[in-house]
Design a protein around this ligand. Sequence first.
Ligand code: ADP
Ligand code: MG
Length: 601
Amino acid sequence: MRIKTLSPVTINRIAAGEVIERPASAVKELVENAIDAQATRIDVILHQGGRNLISITDDGYGMSKEELELAVERHTTSKLNETNLLDIQHFGFRGEALPSIGSVSRLTLTSRRKDEELAWSLTVDGGEKGKTIPASLAQGTRIEVRDLFFATPARLKFLKSERVEQQHTVEMLTRLAMAHPEVAFTLSTENRVLLKAPATQGTKEERRVERLKSLLGQEFADNTVMVDSEREGVSLSGYVGLPTFNRGTASAQYLFVNNRPVRDKVLLGATKAAYLDFLARDRHPILVLFIDIPFEEVDVNVHPTKAEVRFRSSGTVHGLITGAVKNALQTAGHRASTTISQAALNSFTPHITPTMPSVQPKFTYTSPAPSSEARERSHQYQAPSQYYTAPSPIPATSSPSATTYEAADAPLGLARCQLHTTYIVAETTDGIVIVDQHAAHERLVYEQMKQDQQQNGIAKQHLLLPEIVELPAPILDKIISYRKQLSHLGLTVEAFGENAVIIRETPALLGAANVQQLIKDIGDDLLEFSEGVALAGALEHVLETMACHGSVRAGRKLNIEEMNALLREMESTPHSGQCNHGRPTYVALKRDDIEKLFGRR
Ligand code: ADP
Ligand code: MG
């Protein structure tokens, strides 16, 4: 075997293989160059998803003829302080992007320096550098990338459809635009504007809010809580979504370190931990978080596209995020997202069709005095609590009349009726509230169990007839190995023969829960979660599962007193606006909105 030196073009193509994965990565490099050049507006054009043409025009300080020629050489940069490689003040510093892109495409750079009369243009075709010629351009730089990957057909084959590639660029530019509200961005295709973010005005915070609104919509502004926190020189700011404002993937988690978009495991792990209590395992929060950290505390040079970073003390960063996000959600109290009531309202919009009889309505509203039918129904609502056999967490302590007086202006109002034995409808001073009784009660049981666990321990009830549950081997092993922890959570489990466990005690709050199903569900939790997250996390899931089993089911009849007790307890319980799976526990409709529905406003 003979060892030989690779040609510069080959070296650049290998580098391109790492840095330029797809059109979106070229856009990222070029936009970051424009930002480094202090541009105030950046316009991006894609043809065929970026495969035919990527064009990026900025109004930054530009390059002279000599700079232009140097810029496309490998390892040439104006940005690195070679005495301290961690001292990174710019987005670029490796001097790789332009030569890499030039080696796999037909790259044309046109630029005019601030103080010069003439613009210059230079083309690099598959790594072959052409002549620098005079050109015309206003101050700034235009970079055009044609036929990306024409010189590396293998990479070309990996490109996805035009639409998918285009979407990757939208995502990338969205992230960059979030981090730079002072810069105006546009992204357009042959026939469409995909993104338009005008420059913003005002203080740093005002600019950020304005930019986030223009990128993510008013909905984002309405359904997020501000985070602003600091620990040991690391600061965290941004906006986190209410748990009910969630997504099926983690793609709406926008994370930045020193204003650089990152997808970092430490950070994603921390946000996951912060929402562990509030979201189902397959739901993800929507959030935008900026971490600012002294440059010597973080290494951004561990990944060719700088998407991952390494923190010197990742514990501090993790703790800062989980603490601050949990705190922010706490202050949001029992607020559920507006999207939910908006969606409800939209579906309420009356459908008046021409075929509707306009003269004689089928049903007439006669008088406020209850009809005999209505009286009978209201009698039913006040049926004694014999139907409701769940254990205590719905306290019936105060007398009904006292509850009535107090509740008149309570946030969740006065319970009026139960519908479909599932929903509680309450009247508030300025509207109505509809509560999902199972979701709400589940949250209350969970919070109660968590509190008990931290204080006096979870009270157990002895089962008169111990329950034997047969289980598949992997689940059985898990349950047995967690025997001690389960006992702390109120569940006494022992092995029983080869393939079963025997349950002698369960948490008292669960009442007459279905023990068979409970144990199977807990086994699933342990199997799924004891690998990934810390023990505490897995046990929180077990607790959630217990709460779900212990709560009043949909389909159970409640009397007015019990309903009011549930509402009052929701008001005094943190996080009661959503159930343990991130679904809302209630929706509120304002009287104003209801009146709009009926054309009264
Ligand atoms: P890096 O950004 O790591 O320095 P690049 O290959 O991306 O490496 O760019 C090389 C050099 O070209 C930069 O250091 C900068 O001086 C110059 N340059 C690139 N793009 C622009 C631009 N849009 N405006 C002004 N200068 C630019
Ligand atoms: Mg660069």
